[in-house]
Write a protein that binds this ligand. Sequence first.
Ligand code: HPA
Ligand code: ZN
Length: 326
Amino acid sequence: SHLKNIIHGIPKAELHLHIEGSFEPELMFEIARRNNIALDHDSITSLRKAYNFNNLQEFLDLYYIGAQVLIHERDFFDLTWAYLRKVHSQNVVHVEVFFDPQTHTDRGVGFDVVINGIYKALEKAKQELNISFKLIMSYLRHLSEEEAFKTLQSSLPYKHWIDGVGLDSSEMGNPPSKFVNVFEASANHGYKLVAHAGEEGPEDYIWEALDLLKVVRIDHGNRCLGDDALVQRLREENIPLTLCPLSNVELKVIQKMEDHPVAKMLDKGILATIHSDDPAYFGGYMNENYYETAKALNLNKNQLMQLAINAFKASWLSHETKEKHI
Ligand code: HPA
Ligand code: ZN
């Protein structure tokens, strides 16, 4: 269709993507087989049928189970390479990828195994697909700050490969304030800071992420529109929100795509952007997220271009490289 062609034609940046959430059932079955691991489902179809979520936690439960088949460096490489090939086919030219070290190190998989596999695939994509990248290590917020400190320590031999840290997993009951010290320590090691906030959690968590953690971007941030002072803060300081519309519908953060706040956010001058979060679980990569949002909210070409430009502005590319994309 015309709209799909427009969206495909726009060079895009993906800033909110959990690599473990790009694990397609086909590849999951293949890796499970070669690692001699039994899955709870006997077919790809039956696994996909289980992807039916009422909230964030129901998704996370399956997402962590799926990740358990990743054991060897090659597994992490294959996962990341499959994602990069897929987004290359969608005209994505820059990615800032999250990975969750604790999901793997807690099962006895080495930090080195995880990051080597992911990083080598990113490097290959830079060489062969001309995709630029940044890498973001996320702390799991349902675990303690002490556990996050251990992860920070494990990351230090690789800090030249890691651009920033994030905060993800179960939001309710795990406010940003729980991680003040480890975020401060991460910044002292040179990491940039982002955090998921205001996906299921209240506006307060967005304030905390800004004031206590001192993040430079908010992942999701859906709930900000209820708070005029917060909207003003986001606009005045040009703090990007990395929104994920299909994720929001699938996790019942909103009831239907027509309710998505992104158009209102653009109207209010917020640096809003669109991304895919966990595309293998939520039914779409970048182009599908743009398309479903544009269709439901009647976004015009200028708004679509604005969303794509905002993502480059919000990215961690150098000023000169950003200018080339904008
Ligand atoms: N929210 C919180 N944690 C996550 C998400 C999300 O959308 N995806 C993967 N981990
Ligand atoms: Zn996310």
